[in-house]
Design a binder for this molecule. Sequence first.
Ligand SMILES: [Zn+2]
Length: 305
Amino acid sequence: MSPVKSKIKSKLRKGVKRIKTVLHGSCAVLLYHRVTTLESDPQLLSVSPANFNAQLKWLKEEYNVLTVEQFSHCLLNKKRFPKNSVLITFDDGYADNLLEALPVLEKHKIQALFYIATATLNTSNEYWWDAVERILLLTKKDEKKYRELLPTLRSMNAKDRDKLILQWAQELGSTGGRETHRALTFYELKKLSKSPSAVVGAHTHGHPSLAALSYSEQMDEINTSVSTLEGLLAKQITHFSFPFGTANDFNSNTIKVCKELGLKLVAANIADLANKKSNPLCFPRFIVRDWKVDEFEKNLQGFFK
Ligand SMILES: [Zn+2]
């Protein structure tokens, strides 16, 4: 395509998006993972407590930060989102979600939806990508192997993947998870779920890329996380997010399993605004990095353009 044609096409696409935003209302669902300060963060998962505080303060002033209930109501009943709507979500279930993120959320009276991968809960094990970082990047100092192996590990089933990672850990004497990278304990998760600033959803058991698994493996992964959380918290779990969440990380079987398990709202990790026409079983989200408030402002304004 000629540069002129592609420029016109991109302008048209932006125009259509703007019209949709006005007609259907829209909500930027923000995806966080961790609120803490780390020495090494190769996956850029962490936002510093100071930046998180500044981001929320600014959101509270300029945006309509929805509760999970308000968000669910709009999406499930195909109602227009209020102007400049935002929803905060967290993936994975790191201990810092309770220890560092929750106090900031409570201070600003903002609610977030926390999606929890259950296999790591209440253990001293690290999430598998952190264990691989510890073994290959920090102990073995083999950045090339680290970057090469991540995609392969992502598409394996959790049992085979964890066996392999444990084997590397033992070979290199790099066992034992870092306290800075631990997941919530059961006690901490219960405490989190009792806060008015938190709603808990599921995020599979072993955090695989679901699209690489068979229907029954997907069912097992999702069902285990939902039933573990329901058992621990004594409440029904209706929220779920796909691990990794890009268009390559889930398929029609994943959505079928979610429906069968009675999940009502399911989040992907595809950068777009949600509106009343979005599919509640795979709505988009924008990932947030460790941005200072001016960069956060600029990026957020970009999300709504
Ligand atoms: Zn995740």
